[in-house]
Design a protein around this ligand. Sequence first.
Ligand SMILES: C[S@@+](CC[C@H](N)C(=O)[O-])C[C@H]1O[C@@H](n2cnc3c(N)ncnc32)[C@H](O)[C@@H]1O
Length: 286
Amino acid sequence: MSIDPIERHLFLEGIFLRFGHDFRLYAEASLNRRLNSLLTRFQTDSLLKLLQRILETPALFRDVLPFLTINTSEFFRDPTFFRALRENVVPVLKTYSKFTIWVAGCSTGEEVLSLAILLKEENLLKRAIIHATDINAQAIKRASEGIYELSTMQTYNRNYTSAGGTKNPSDYYTAEYGLARFDPALLENVVFSEHNLATDAAFVEAHLILCRNVLIYFNRDLQDRVFDLFTSSLAYKGFLGIGSKESMRFSPSATHYETIDQDLKIYALRSDSATVRNQINRGVQP
Ligand SMILES: C[S@@+](CC[C@H](N)C(=O)[O-])C[C@H]1O[C@@H](n2cnc3c(N)ncnc32)[C@H](O)[C@@H]1O
């Protein structure tokens, strides 16, 4: 079913005004697909009627939100990305006695656990504070539990090895009743919280930001906002990793970064960009 642009506009405006979740600048084609699934789930053909129901019964929004966000994730997703982190970023992190990482759009936690395992193998986990954020509270709750279907461990095992893992992948979890329970010590230094990249401000100074497979759902304006947010959240010469299908190339922020790996989308804040970061933090247009 085709989504009427006026209904979509009013629906997204209503959701934003009532719940503060801003989907108005999400990329149109994929958003339309998700709105279609939402209409099917709520057995209606009208976004306006659905909006009215949600406004009358705000608790319904909890069931609506997962339809508006895509939460698919995978352990060591794009294993070569994690290999590149080991090769290009880990040596720099090793020079710090403490460092901060922000995983933005962490979904159900596979990416955070992959990173924690990598840091543990590099003897860096205890030096790290990892902020893992997402817009979706249900996904964050699952992420903080570190428990997954045992069936997903096949991909984990395969990707772990391709990503340069040095141990037996099953060393990190115990299997029981069809579930894989990851060692809670891996998540000891992880702070999970809700954060909306479309509306919320910078809250951290990070040496590494991972935001992978999130920007792809945003339109150009929202992507630019988020790149600005990252520029103002990165420490001196901090690293940024985005998804393989995402690009910074056309964003005005690109000038503030040097490319560490073009294919794997790893960037580092240029050393002369500290001034820009301060300007952004003060709300001055660079
Ligand atoms: C496809 S998942 C990617 C998960 C993980 N980064 C990975 O690469 O496997 C996209 C995540 O972005 C989150 N997301 C979408 N819009 C967001 C926003 N405005 N602010 C924060 N997170 C958002 C979704 O809830 C979802 O968990």
